[in-house]
Write a protein that binds this ligand. Sequence first.
Ligand code: KG4
Ligand code: ZN
Length: 324
Amino acid sequence: MITLGIESTCDESAVALVRNGKEILANCVASQADIHKKYGGVFPEIAAREHIEALLPLIKIAFETARLSEKEIDLIAVAEGPGLMGSLLMGTTAAEALSFAWNKPLVGVNHVDAHLYSAMMEQNTDPIFPCLGLVLSGGHTFLAKMESITHYHILGSSVDDAIGEAFDKVATLLDLSYPGGPEIEQLAVCGNPLRYPLKAGQVKNRPLDFSFSGLKTNALYTIKGYQGKRTGKSLISEADKKDFAASFQKAAFFDIIEKTQKALKSVSCDTIYLGGGVTCNTYLQKLFRDMLPHVKSHFPSKKLCIDNGAMIAGLGFHLFQLQY
Ligand code: KG4
Ligand code: ZN
């Protein structure tokens, strides 16, 4: 069964063709990051307009890459949220129109659930449930007990900023460009992670919840001074910025590791599937390997960490199986 997956929740237009929820036949992404850089974040109206331009040509490229025609697909899956309203409308409208014109069934997929599925779709063997899921993206941060590919219970989530959002905001304070996560990772490589004694927030009586807003405030005070404004001049040197990036990244990720350890104990399992843009981070991947050596940590490959159509098509296939 071949599924066409369409993703347009934020600033990536993405289309994929996937066989039986796993085998990726084409996975095409048109990123708008360069367009949004000058605004320091995603400009929603521009994002929606760019999706209109990008989606149909991407669908054509995906079919050419897979050497398939629309007659050979069985299902269309589209990310139906969460995301930017205008961007979502472009993807869902395109999917609805194609479903009608080609007479193919259509299934809506939750974008965050698809991030949880992305590492599973790259495994040769089926996951054993229950296991742990961890989403680290620009809009979401949560730990979940996974009962199946399509069902999970949230064990803990961020009470304020998502981790990717915190990376993006701290990156702006460090005069780095959007998206900030990869920029901070790069800057941190030559920095001293012990220079600034930072710690992520703890939420009273909720040991598996996350809080990153304190780290962000600490960044503002350290970089711009106590009276400093976000748009003000940096008071610290370029070398200090490297140390701050390394210290911030360490503090955020140590918190993730600590809460993952607790969650693994509460679920009594030794397997975790991670997903979302922040899981691209190689320092995070190393920390999981070094600090949780007994745990089977499954990270998606880079092309499936970032927003993509393959995870939408993959999970869409499973949701469709449940319906019929
Ligand atoms: O999953 P994603 O592509 O979009 C959402 O669903 O939000 O995640 C985007 C987020 C951004 O905040 C970006 O800065 C972050 O993922 N990110 C990273 C890295 N690559 C992307 N954060 C830390 N290190 C990275 N290498
Ligand atoms: Zn995403």
